[in-house]
Design a protein around this ligand. Structure first.
Ligand SMILES: [Fe+2]
Length: 508
């Protein structure tokens, strides 16, 4: 009886204290590894052949300087390599970007663009230099561009890395033939989530060109990416206000850019230097969707409800409509969660409004109308519709699909720390499933399809997890049909919260 009471008290304490939170966020993890063998507790399916490569911030200070915002942490890459014989290896390296190398050299945070200020604060000259150097810290995502492994932020610049060793090779800022990017435009913003173009190995992305002349319109360019360096213009159009974009969607024929009223102000950026002080959510303005016909390049503009979204899930065509699934929010307060002052203070972070809601928009192109639709809730997993960092079986990209995998960060809708990894069935909520353990923090999962499978969920899910109780990280492989563990392996280093990545087949 005493043991049970003690166990209950320990669990209550763990839940209240979010054990290991400081390892998940805010602590620099400097260790790097090269192809260290991993010991899984049960056999790894031998059909898994390739590497899960992921990216995220992992260093928050250099010398006597530190970042104020998680978004600015120096990018670090992680790779779980599976040769296809049941063995597995782990590699981790910081992105050796110009800003990282220069910061190491001077033992200070070098003057490159950051989302927020530093501690101690940047001086006037440093701010000017950081604006002219631009954002160089690629800490959000990883893509395979026709054999080139590239790492991205929400910028046009990217870095090419070695897919096997994670060594940084070079940067690239590709030109787009036929697109003017010079004065009066500042053409540096893009999205960290390009989308594979239907039926091809190309990706689609967006270049955002901010006009620095007051009153002169800004410019969107929808771009086809053929490799790390080759780009093609698909469409270009002007906008009065430039929304911050992080992701978008494509169907077989259309690209859907969802311009939420979270607008960038170039005059403020030039004045204050930091995007954080130059972006504002306008609660009284509509969201403007731009729907681009990929065959003709024509753009249809539709206004819909005031909403904020970071992550699109998927989109497809059905019965002459487009169906678009996004993670939506009533406003952009989510962004303030990533300020270190909020993130590392339990009372403050739990106070940040955070209620993501999986939402479908039915887009009637003829009527030029967008209608939001809410998904059913499964009463046994009432939090499943609050998932974030959504991923799907990529073979169902731009097609009718049922399953979304994601993380619910506040499963009780109260406390940051009650993480659950969920499978949301958007075709039938009775198929919703979840996996969680107290004090364990799953991150974005990736679905790897079984090459002999035929169903949408035939495959495995790879999910990095921080075990906050032990202060160790592991990779768990889940069965998507049941969300039960298949096997797991602890890692030689701590892998803190990071953003995104993907499984790249036949690279190991
Ligand atoms: Fe993202």
């Amino acid at each position: 009886m005493h043991c049970l009471i003690l166990l209950a008290l320990c669990c209550a304490f763990c839940l209240a204290q979010t054990p290991g939170w400081n390892l998940l966020f805010g602590t620099s993890i400097l260790d790097e590894t090269q192809k260290e063998p991993l010991q899984f507790d049960k056999p790894v399916p031998k059909w898994i052949k390739g590497s899960l490569i992921r990216n995220g911030p992992a260093r928050y200070e250099m010398g006597k300087r530190s970042f104020l915002n998680l978004f600015d942490g120096f990018g670090k890459l992680y790779s779980w390599q599976f040769p296809g014989n049941g063995s597995a290896f782990f590699t981790s390296r910081f992105v050796q970007s110009d800003c990282y190398n220069e910061s190491l050299r001077i033992n200070d945070i070098a003057p490159y663009q950051t989302f927020d200020d530093l501690v101690p604060s940047m001086g006037f000259l440093e701010r000017e230099l950081s604006l002219s150097h631009g954002l160089d810290n690629m800490n959000i995502n990883v893509y395979n561009y026709s054999g080139d492994c590239v790492v991205l932020s929400d910028t046009w610049k990217l870095y090419v890395v070695d897919c096997y060793t994670l060594d940084t090779i070079r940067h690239s800022m590709p030109n787009i033939p036929g697109v003017e990017t010079g004065f009066p435009f500042v053409s540096v913003m893009s999205v960290a989530h390009p989308v594979r173009e239907y039926g091809t190995n190309h990706h689609l992305t967006i270049l955002q060109s901010l006009s620095i002349i007051p009153g002169m319109p800004h410019k969107f360019t929808l771009v086809r990416t053929k490799s790390a360096d080759i780009r093609e213009k698909i469409a270009e159009w002007k906008v009065k206000k430039m929304p911050y974009l992080h992701s978008f969607s494509t169907t077989e024929r259309y690209a859907i850019i969802f311009g939420c009223p979270f607008y960038m102000d170039i005059e403020k950026l030039l004045q204050y230097s930091f995007p954080k002080d130059s972006i504002a959510f306008h609660a009284d303005e509509p969201t403007i969707a731009y729907i681009v016909d990929l065959k003709t390049g024509s753009v249809t503009t539709i206004e819909t409800e005031n909403v904020f979204t970071m992550h699109h899930v998927n989109a497809y065509e059905m019965d002459n409509n487009l169906l678009l699934d996004v993670v939506s929010y009533p406003d952009a307060s989510l962004v303030s969660f990533f300020e270190m002052n909020n993130l590392m203070n339990k009372t403050k972070r739990d106070r940040v409004a955070f209620k993501p809601s999986l939402t479908r928009y039915r887009i009637d192109l003829k009527a030029q109308k967008m209608t939001p639709i809410t998904f059913d809730t499964n009463p046994s997993i009432p939090f499943a519709n609050m998932l974030e960092v959504p991923t799907i079986n990529e073979q169902y990209r731009s097609k009718h699909y049922c399953y979304i995998y994601g993380v619910v960060f506040k499963s009780d809708n109260k406390v940051w720390g009650n993480f659950s990894f969920v499978k949301k069935d958007v075709c039938n909520s009775t198929g919703d499933l979840s996996w969680s353990l107290p004090g364990h923090y799953p991150m974005e999962g990736w679905f790897v399809p079984d090459p002999t499978g035929s169903a949408e969920d035939d495959g495995v899910l790879m999910v990095p997890v921080l075990d906050g109780n032990l202060g160790k990280s592991y990779l768990i492989i889940l069965d998507p049909k049941t969300m039960k563990p298949i096997t797991k392996a602890y890692l030689p280093i701590i892998v803190p919260f990071h953003f995104h990545g993907r499984f790249i087949e036949n690279v190991y």
